[in-house]
Design a protein around this ligand. Structure first.
Ligand code: GDP
Ligand code: MG
Length: 634
């Protein structure tokens, strides 16, 4: 699923356009929240052919735009920039465009709205050309400009088509196993309790998950998840979600907080960044050392003091390194994009990317070592580069991960040892021995492993619920459900069973805590049936009779547990009886050289049907082999 975000000058028709596209008016959705018993409101969505549902973020205010844009960066697949045809480009259009550019939003469509108010078609064409020119040199260069009117419906089909084309090229959001959601709204709903909304990034969340709320560090549990008014068991990255949580109150949460897996993120009050100061009509004032600015990162906004690292002041249009000291902690990650605004005169002055979320100390101006370090950090350390290659690749031979990272052997070796000591890398197979960059052992990063394990455990739990009397899910079935190649699947299950996260019995895999338990009625049936097997151990009830006595499921459980053994589709024996008979037949062959069906029949005082089924089973087991009418040991 994709998320798109509207942008553009106030009153240019953003919300009206969203309503025309989706049938939902964004400004009214917030009010509905109070009335409807649903936790997921305030965001509209539409369904496009081939692509499915896409969420649309449309926010009333300008400041909300920046916050929502940032909170969704990485998930926002495209921007829908709205420019009224009668007014053309206005200051806020410029500012939003600058922000989209700073955030590297490269996909988008321009809606040239309100064409019904424009003087003439020539005028509309003039504005369209002006917009296209203005986009050149920004991240949205070349975006389609679609003249339309939400009022008359003119151009609306073309807009749908343009959105489709722009989203079709977008890859799905990979699941990195590290979910985080920047909270953009908090509210309580009668009957539900505390609810937050936001765009989920980099991992999935499931009902029942424990989460941490940063920067405060509160713990909570997910009671419900919704997207587009549908309840979900699991929400995927890149989607708009509403989370209903227990364990926290409305007062513990606020816009700007981050919901993540416990321990996966640490809040920070100091960040090192790469920063570009806007120029032109946006900004003509240099950014000075020690200046107070407002930092927007995720959905958080905090006051920050600027420390210049490359120079005491940056001139408009320049890029440089800064250290920002925040007035209060925020939860962010390396690589997150941010925007800086000036409180007065109020304006967006620039933005960039965080290169270090936990700089060890206060840096001095023009410290060569610090600047070198920033450079390396911005490019990514070997550790990060390898981790990224692992994130993208799933479980793969170490050799391939290293090749994908583009690191040389020495760098890879260093990165490997750090990844392993940080617990970020799992090695499958004859691990430690062959852990060289060219090794063939399979590796997987921790986040992905946790994710796979959760998926496996979820599949097994569902299987156990549906089949309480079965030992577990056959390996083959689980393998195809996960869509893993045999080598990866075998390595994974071996690791999981070794770690006690999964258990194996026969060809089935199950949760270690899963027990096949009969209820009282079933227990009585089993006792009665087994008594019949004991009574005349060699002339046993047929499968049909056994099913009639206890039912298919219970019989399957007895066979799976090994209490009973089926030597043919019809003939069953107690496992003990079978073992005894097998030993006696072997002894007989050793003494006499061979046995016949008639001989076995007489040996156990049973009928030919049983004796034949038994010997054929032993042939199959490769214990005996048939020679004419005789059986000898193999
Ligand atoms: P927003 O601030 O960008 O969300 O703008 P709105 O969607 O709230 O629209 C601002 C005003 O423009 C409202 O009064 C709308 O009714 C009007 N409007 C929006 N789209 C059109 C259009 O296509 N044609 C005309 N004539 N008016 C429109
Ligand atoms: Mg609006």
């Amino acid at each position: 699923m994709h998320v798109i975000c509207t942008a553009g000058h106030v009153d240019h028709g953003k919300s009206t356009l969203v309503e025309a596209l989706t049938g939902m008016h964004p400004d009214r959705l917030a009010e509905e929240r109070e009335r409807e018993m649903t936790i997921d409101l305030g965001f509209a969505w539409l369904t496009l052919p081939e692509i499915g549902e896409i969420g649309i973020i449309d926010v009333p205010g300008h400041r909300d735009f920046i916050g929502n844009m940032l909170a969704g960066v990485g998930a926002v697949a495209a921007a829908l920039l709205v420019v009224a045809a009668d007014e053309g480009i206005m200051p806020q259009t410029e500012e939003h465009l600058a922000i989209l550019d700073l955030l590297h939003i490269e996909n988008g469509v321009v809606a040239l709205a309100k064409t019904d108010l424009a003087e003439s078609p020539e005028w509309v064409q003039l504005v369209a050309d002006e917009v296209a020119q203005r986009l050149a040199g920004t991240s949205l260069a070349g975006a389609r400009v679609v003249p339309l009117s939400a009022l008359t419906g003119e151009g609306m089909p073309e807009l749908g088509q343009a959105l489709l084309e722009c989203l079709r090229a977008q890859p799905g959001r990979p699941d990195m196993g590290k979910p985080r959601l920047s909270v953009d709204r908090v509210f309580t709903v009668a009957g539900f309790g505390t609810v937050v909304t936001g765009t989920l990034l980099e991992g999935s969340l499931s009902v029942g998950d424990e989460v941490e709320i940063l920067p405060a560090g509160h713990r909570a549990r997910i009671r419900g998840l919704q997207t587009h008014r549908t309840s979900l068991e699991m929400a995927a990255p890149g989607t708009r979600v509403a989370i209903n949580m227990t364990g926290v109150g409305k007062d513990d949460l606020h816009r700007g907080a981050v919901v993540a897996r416990p321990g996966s993120l640490q809040a920070t009050r100091r960040v090192d960044v790469s920063f570009r100061l806007l120029s032109g009509e946006h900004n003509s004032i240099p950014l000075r050392h020690n200046e107070q600015v407002k930092l927007f990162v995720g959905s958080a906004e905090e006051m920050a003091r600027v420390r210049g690292l490359s120079a005491r002041k940056l001139r408009p249009g320049e890029t440089g390194w800064l250290q920002l000291e925040l007035s209060r902690p925020v939860a962010a990650l390396k690589g997150d994009r941010f925007i800086l605004r000036r409180p007065s005169p109020r304006a967006t002055v620039g933005g960039g990317v965080i290169v270090d979320v936990h700089p060890p100390r206060r840096h001095r101006l023009q410290d060569a070592e610090v600047l070198r370090r920033m450079q390396t950090l911005a490019q990514g350390s070997p550790y990060e580069i390898l981790l990224q290659a692992l994130d993208a690749g799933g479980m793969l031979p170490l050799r391939e991960a290293v090749a994908a990272s583009g690191l040389d052997d020495a760098q890879a070796r260093e990165a490997l040892s750090r990844l392993i000591s940080a617990g970020e890398l799992l090695v499958f197979g004859e691990a430690a021995l062959k852990l060289t960059p060219r090794g063939n052992v399979l590796v997987l990063n921790r986040g992905r492993y946790d994710l796979l394990l959760r998926q496996v455990r979820g599949l097994l739990a569902a299987h156990h619920r549906a089949n309480p009397l079965r030992a577990g899910m056959p390996r083959e079935e689980l393998k195809s459900r996960l869509g893993l190649p045999a080598r990866a699947f075998n390595a994974l299950t071996k690791h999981c069973t070794g770690a006690g996260d999964l258990a194996e019995s026969g060809v089935s895999l199950h949760l270690p805590e899963h027990r096949v338990e009969f209820d009282d009625r079933q227990k009585r049936g089993v006792e009665a049936l087994l008594a019949r097997f004991w009574d005349d151990a060699h002339n046993t009830p047929s499968r049909k009779e056994a099913v009639a006595a206890v039912g298919e499921d219970v019989l399957a459980a007895l066979l799976e547990r090994g209490t009973l053994l089926a030597v043919s589709p019809e003939v069953l024996f107690l496992a003990e009886t079978y073992a005894g008979m097998e030993a006696q037949i072997k002894a007989q062959i050793r003494a006499a050289g061979s046995v016949t069906v008639a001989g076995v029949r007489d040996l156990f005082g049973t009928s030919r049907k049983y004796a034949l089924a038994l010997l054929e089973h032993m042939d199959q087991q490769r214990t005996t082999v048939r020679k004419g009418d005789e059986r000898v040991l193999r």
